[in-house]
Design a protein. Structure first.
Length: 297
C-alpha cells in the first residue's frame, strides 16, 4: 500500500499487546490522541475496524487479531533487516550480557566464539542464572538476552532461535527402584517423588521441567524445591526424589551416587534465545543471527 507508515504498524502492534491506549502512548512516547490518529489512519487504509473501544475495555476485532498474528513476524523481520544494515554500517561494539542456566556447554561456547570472531569490537559477558528464575534477569535488564529451557510464554519476551533439542534422562539415587532399568517411561513416574523447581519461575515452565502428572494423568508426588541444578542433584543423591534432566546436562554432571536412566514419553528438552521485546539492540540482533546460522548449519 503506498504511503504506508511504519509508525502506524508499530502503534497497532503495541496496542494489540497492551489493549490500553494510555499504556500504548507511554511505551511509544506519544499522546493518546496521536495513538488514536495512527490507529484510525491504519483502519482507513485497510477499510475496516481493527479495534473495538468502549469506556470499559479495548479489544481487537477478529480482523484485528488476524492482522496482529500475521503482521508481528513480518514487522520483526523488517526491523531485523534494517538493524542488520545499520550494524554492518557502523560495526557492532560494546558489551553483550548473555545469561544461561546450569552450564555453558561446548556448542554454546562455540556460538559465543563465532560471534566474537565476526564482531571483535563487542565483548560478551556470560552470566549464570538460577534455575528457579530463568526469565527474571532478562525482564529486569540484568542481562541483554538469555539461553533458557523451553517453553517460553512470557508476554514481555521475544523468542529467537530454538536449538539443542535433546532427549531426557531421569536422575535417580544409585539404589532407587528405577536405577537398574534400561529406560523409564513417563507413566512409570506415577508414585515416584520428583524434585521440584522453586519459584519465581512460572508454574507452566516448572511443570514441564518436573511434571506433577504423567501424560496419562497419574499423580507424581512432589519432593523438595530447589533453585539450582547442583541443589537438585544433591537432593537426588540424598534420596529425596528423582529429577528429569536432558542428556547433555546428565553427561556434564555425572557422579557415582546418581544414575541417569533414559526417560521416554515426554517431549525432548530444547533451548531458546530470549530477550526483552523493548530492548533489542544491534549487537543483540547480530548475536541472534549467529545463533540462527549455527542452528541452520
Amino acid at each position: 500500500m503506498p504511503e504506508l507508515e511504519a509508525r502506524e504498524l508499530e502503534c497497532f502492534l503495541v496496542l494489540s499487546e497492551e489493549l490500553h491506549f494510555g499504556r500504548t502512548a507511554e511505551r511509544l512516547y506519544l499522546s493518546q490522541s496521536r495513538v488514536s490518529q495512527l490507529l484510525r489512519a491504519l483502519e482507513l487504509r485497510i477499510g475496516a475496524r481493527l479495534v473495538e473501544r468502549t469506556s470499559r475495555r479495548v479489544r481487537l476485532t477478529p480482523l484485528g487479531a488476524s492482522l496482529r498474528d500475521e503482521l508481528r513476524p513480518a514487522y520483526a523481520a523488517l526491523l531485523d533487516v534494517v538493524e542488520g544494515a545499520r550494524a554492518r554500517a557502523r560495526g557492532v561494539g560494546g558489551v553483550l550480557r548473555i545469561g544461561f542456566l546450569g552450564f555453558l556447554d561446548e556448542d554454546l561456547a562455540g556460538l559465543v566464539r563465532a560471534f566474537q570472531r565476526g564482531h571483535p569490537g563487542c565483548e560478551v559477558h556470560t552470566v549464570e542464572m538460577p534455575l528457579a528464575d530463568p526469565f527474571g534477569p532478562v525482564l529486569a535488564g540484568d542481562v541483554d538476552a538469555a539461553i533458557v529451557l523451553t517453553p517460553v510464554r512470557e508476554p514481555g519476551l521475544a523468542v529467537g532461535p530454538v536449538f539443542s533439542e535433546a532427549p531426557l534422562t531421569l536422575a535417580v539415587p544409585a539404589r532407587h527402584p528405577l536405577a537398574d532399568r534400561p529406560s523409564v517411561r513417563a507413566e512409570d513416574l506415577a508414585g515416584h517423588t520428583l524434585v521440584r523447581i522453586a519459584g519465581p519461575a512460572p508454574l507452566y515452565w516448572r511443570d514441564v521441567q518436573s511434571p506433577r502428572l504423567t501424560p496419562g494423568g497419574g499423580a507424581i508426588p512432589s519432593g523438595p524445591a530447589v533453585s539450582t541444578i547442583q541443589e537438585a542433584l544433591a537432593m537426588v543423591a540424598a534420596g529425596r526424589g528423582a529429577m528429569p534432566l536432558c542428556v547433555p546436562t546428565a553427561r556434564r554432571h555425572a557422579r557415582g551416587d546418581v544414575v541417569f536412566v533414559p526417560l521416554t514419553g515426554l517431549p525432548d528438552s530444547a533451548l531458546a534465545l530470549v530477550w526483552h521485546r523493548d530492548r533489542a539492540t544491534a549487537r543483540l540482533r547480530a548475536f541472534a543471527g549467529v545463533v540462527a546460522d549455527g542452528v541452520r548449519s
